[in-house]
Design a protein around this ligand. Sequence first.
Ligand SMILES: Cc1cc2nc3c(=O)[nH]c(=O)nc-3n(C[C@H](O)[C@H](O)[C@H](O)COP(=O)(O)OP(=O)(O)OC[C@H]3O[C@@H](n4cnc5c(N)ncnc54)[C@H](O)[C@@H]3O)c2cc1C
Length: 484
Amino acid sequence: MTRTKDRYDVCIIGSGPNGLSAASLLAQSGLSILVLEAKSKLGGGMRTEELTLPGFLHDVCSGAHPMGILSPFFKTLPLEKFGLKWKEPPISVAHPLDEEPSVLLTQSIEETAEGLGIDGSSYQKLISPFVNNSPHFWEDVLAPIHIPKDPFSFVRFGLTGIRSAKGLAGSRFKEKRAKALFAGLASHSILPLESPLTAALGLVFAVSAHQKSWPVVEGGSENLAKALVAYLNTMGVEFQTNTRITSIAELPQTKVVIFDTDPLQLASLTESHLPGLYRKRLERFRFGPGVFKMDWALDRAIPWKDPKCLSASTIHLGGTMEEIAKAEADVWKGKHPDRPYVLLVQQSLFDPSRAPNGKHTGYAYCHVPNGSRIDLTEVIEKQIERFAPGFSKTILARHSMYTADFERYNPNYVGGAITGGAADLTQAFFRPVARLNPYSTPNPHLYICSASTPPGGGVHGMCGFYAAKTVLKRIDKLKSLKFT
Ligand SMILES: Cc1cc2nc3c(=O)[nH]c(=O)nc-3n(C[C@H](O)[C@H](O)[C@H](O)COP(=O)(O)OP(=O)(O)OC[C@H]3O[C@@H](n4cnc5c(N)ncnc54)[C@H](O)[C@@H]3O)c2cc1C
C-alpha cells in the first residue's frame, strides 16, 4: 500500500475508525486523499491478531461494538457489501452477582426490567423515553455541542445524564441488581462513578442495548477496518502503511492535514505551524487511567456459575455498585484494586471463526492508573474465577498487555489510556481544547479527528465524520490559500 502521487487535497495521519471515516466523507466529495499509518496494518483500534496460539483470533483493542452498529455515519456506508458482518448475541451484557442469578441486559426493556425485581418499573421509566420517543438519539448524542434534532428528549437526557452514576442509581433504584447493572454500564466512562456525567454513559449504553444487541464482528474487529478500506479503495483513496509521521514536513504536498492522533502528537508534529499558546493547551490535555488487558486461548467456553452468561457478548465483572465504584475511584487515586471492574468479551461464542472447532477465545481488561507497570494477570483471573469457578483450568495460553505495550502499539494510547482521554465534565465537550469548532486548529490547514475530539472514545467514526464536515465547509477557500 504505497502512494502514487506527490500532491493530495488531504493527508490523514492515522487509520483508526475516525481517520477512515474522515477519509470516507471527504472522498465522497471527490477530494484526493492519502492516509498514512504507522503500523503495517490499517485500522487503529480495529485490529485482530493470533495473540496466543495459531487459529485463535483475538481483537487487540475494540471487541464489542454497540456504537459501531448504531453509528449514524457507518449506517450510511455500504460496509456489508464490503464484507462486514455483525454477529449479534441474544444478550448484550450479563452482570454476575455472588449467590444470585446474573443481571441480564437484553434488547427487550420489559425482559431486562423483569430481572431487576422491584426496580424494574423505575428502570423502564428511566430508559424507555430515550428508546421509544427519540428517533434522533444517536445523532444528538454522538456529536459535538449543537442544536439538538430532538430538543425535548435531548434536554431530558442532559438533565438526567449530567448527574453521577452513583447519584442517579441511588435515587432511582432500591436494590443491588439495578444499581450494579447501571454501575457496570457507567464504568465504560473510565471515571469515578461519583463524577458528574457518568450517568450519561450508563444511559447511553443501556439505550444502545435496547436498540441493538452489542455485536462482535465476524472474523474479528479488523474486518470492520477492512470493509472501510475496501470502500475507500473504490473511491481512489490511497494508503501508505509502515509510516510513522514525526513531523508534518515529511508529508507530500497537501492543502489539509487531519490528525487521527492524540493531542500531544498534534502539538509536537506541527512545530511552528501552530501558535505556542494553542500547543500548550494541547499539552495540558488529561488522559485518565490506562488499561491492563488479557487474551486467552480456551479449551472450552468459560464455565460461568450462571449459564445465562454464555448468551452475552459482554460480561461486567465487579459485583455490586459499591464494589465497582470503590474499584474505579481507587484507580483514579493511583491504586490497583484487588477486585477490579473487569470488562470481558467472549467473541468466539457468537463467531466460531475466532477459534478452532470446540475451542474458545476470551478477552478482558481492567482499568489501572495511567502508566501502571503492575502485572494484574492473577487479579483479573481471580475476578473471573469468582463468577466462573474452574476458569483457570480452561486456559490453553494467555497474552497480556501492560499500559506501556499499548502506548508502543499505538502512540495515541498515552499511558495506556484507550478512549482518547478523560471524558470528564470539561473534556467531554471541549476536547482536545475549548474551541467553537473542536476539530479545527488556529491554522486553517490543520485539523484533528481522533477520539480526543467529541464525541470521544469508541468505534463509531463520528469524530472523523464531524472533522471532515468542517474541512468540507472550508475546502474551496483552502485550495487558494498557501499552507503556512
Ligand atoms: C484495549 C481496548 C479495548 C477497547 N474496546 C473497545 C470496544 O470494545 N468497543 C469500542 O467501541 N471501542 C473500544 N476501544 C476504543 C476504540 O478502539 C478507540 O476509541 C478508537 O479506536 C479510537 O479511534 P481513532 O480513530 O480516534 O484512533 P485509533 O483507533 O487509535 O487509530 C489511530 C491510528 O493512528 C496511527 N497513528 C498514531 N500516530 C501516528 C503517527 N504519528 N503516524 C502515523 N500513524 C499514527 C495509529 O497507529 C493508529 O492506527 C478499545 C480500545 C482499546 C485499546
